[in-house]
Design a binder for this molecule. Structure first.
Ligand code: UD1
Length: 433
């Protein structure tokens, strides 16, 4: 298994291009199952999760062609299977996104239950209840969600709690249902809006995506379309925090600062000077140490849970004391224990981390436990003294395109240590960037 070796070497400095949003590209790819037409999708990030979704679509009968850099064209004339197998679903929970489209277009779907996840139990009951309300018959057998229908009907569905992929699954299914579907207490994430824009370009009739009540009028069929994925707000936020934690100055291009308001406000509170235009953002810490900032995660437009680990890392080396409260997922503080190995002073009390900043973190061998926890460890390592060796970085590869190349471009001392290498000392690591 590959590892990352990082030596903190002062402020990050320079500019990098932000990739397309993973969490927008995954549902848009799943949505292409809804039509026989060709869907051309641009700005797709090169990530492990995207490869998994493409593999899943191919298993289901979709033809996927690479049309250019970051561009894919999909076509699903027929389905030769409606089964999303365990081997693929277990590596990526977002595979559940094929459930709604398969059911709506082909009248049947079998999707493996995603199973436990490192950041909490993450059930899919809301997806299932919603599809049942639209007339699907659903059973759980042999670890699979087995669903069929002779035709979905529009329904009014009230989510008990806000679910991003739950909203996406039902929104996709509703595009081909007969009549009108109203989703109440829907997720308002920018990725929902991006998916709705793509679906509407395919002939769907969706109103108010991005608001708590979404209205979808079903149509008979969808057609091919072109769509460009929005920039990744979490990748953008991660690079901004990395700059803040190292006292650096970084400019991010091809991004959408308007999707990051709360994160930007928190970074200003931490002492950063931030300027932005429509598609770029620049942070300047002027070599200063950040002030610790308290955050509470909650559904969009509030502070994103996917930025929580990065702020714990920032606070760990910041001036003062902060609380970080996680309200979306239980058990999403596994990075705390790893950061403690680097000297961080973090106390966990239920769903809150109390972080007392220390003058300087120290490099140590640490283990990545999930995607965003890994990002937190990378940030801590960039700000620490000495070498940090991060194990299990396949988590990072799921969601960050070329992270070591991008960080190296900003001056970081970062190397990928290939998996077969028994020890970094015996076989020196390859320098990347
Ligand atoms: C999506 C994002 C993920 C992000 C999360 C919260 C994608 C591919 N992933 O995940 O990066 O961290 O939103 O912003 O977009 N829940 C239920 N029953 C359900 C569904 C969810 O109880 O049927 C609970 C979950 O356990 C969790 C909360 O609802 O506590 C929110 O989860 P949800 O928004 O569904 O997360 P994902 O869509 O899986």
């Amino acid at each position: 298994m590959d590892k990352l070796s990082i030596r903190g070497n002062g402020p990050l400095n320079g500019e990098v291009r932000i990739s397309g949003a993973k969490n927008a590209a995954l549902p848009v790819l799943a949505a292409t199952l809804l039509t026989a037409g060709a869907v051309r999708i641009g700005n797709i990030p090169r990530l492990r999760d995207i490869t998994t979704m493409v593999e899943l679509l191919q298993t289901l009968g979709t033809q996927v062609e690479v049309a250019g850099r970051g561009e894919l064209v999909t076509g699903t004339r027929h389905s030769h299977s409606v089964r999303a197998p365990y081997q693929l679903v277990k590596t990526m929970r977002a595979s559940i996104l094929v459930l709604g489209p398969l059911l709506a277009r082909f009248g049947a779907a079998e999707v493996s239950l995603p199973g436990g996840c490192a950041i909490g139990s993450r059930p899919v009951n809301l997806h299932i209840q919603g599809l049942k309300a639209m007339g699907a018959a659903i059973t759980i057998e042999d670890g699979y969600i087995k669903a069929h229908t002779t035709g979905l009907r529009g329904a009014r569905i009230v989510f008990d709690l806000v679910s991003v992929t739950g909203t996406e699954n039902l929104m996709m299914a509703a595009t081909l249902a007969s009549g009108t579907t109203v989703l109440e207490n829907a997720a308002r994430e920018p990725e929902i809006v991006d998916l709705a824009n793509c679906l509407n370009a395919m002939g769907a009739r969706i109103r108010n995506a991005g608001q708590a009540t979404i209205v979808i009028e079903g149509v008979h069929e969808l057609h091919g379309a072109q769509h460009r994925i929005i920039p990744d707000r979490i990748e953008t936020g991660t690079f901004l925090v990395a700059a803040a934690a190292t006292g650096g100055r970084v400019r991010l291009l091809d991004t959408a600062p308007a999707l990051l308001d709360v994160v930007v406000d928190k970074l200003r509170e931490a002492g950063a000077t931030i300027r932005s235009g429509a598609d770029w953002i620049e942070i300047d810490m002027q070599g200063r140490r950040a002030r610790a900032v308290s955050v509470v995660t909650a559904p969009y437009p509030a502070f994103p849970t996917d930025m929580q680990a990065q702020f714990v890392a920032l606070n760990a080396g910041a001036e003062g004391f902060a609380t970080v409260k996680e309200t979306i997922f239980e058990n999403r503080f596994m990075h705390a224990q790893e950061l403690q190995r680097m000297g961080a002073d973090i106390e966990l009390q239920g769903n809150t981390a109390i972080v007392r900043g220390i003058a300087k973190l120290r490099g140590a061998p640490v283990m990545a436990t999930d995607l965003r926890a890994s990002a937190g460890l990378v940030i801590a390592a960039l700000a620490a003294d000495g070498e940090t060796l991060i194990d299990r970085i396949y988590h990072l590869d799921r969601g960050y395109e070329s992270i070591e190349t991008k960080l190296a471009r900003l001056g970081a001392d970062i190397r990928r240590v290939p998996g077969r290498t028994p020890s970094a000392q015996v076989h020196p690591a390859r320098k990347i960037g």
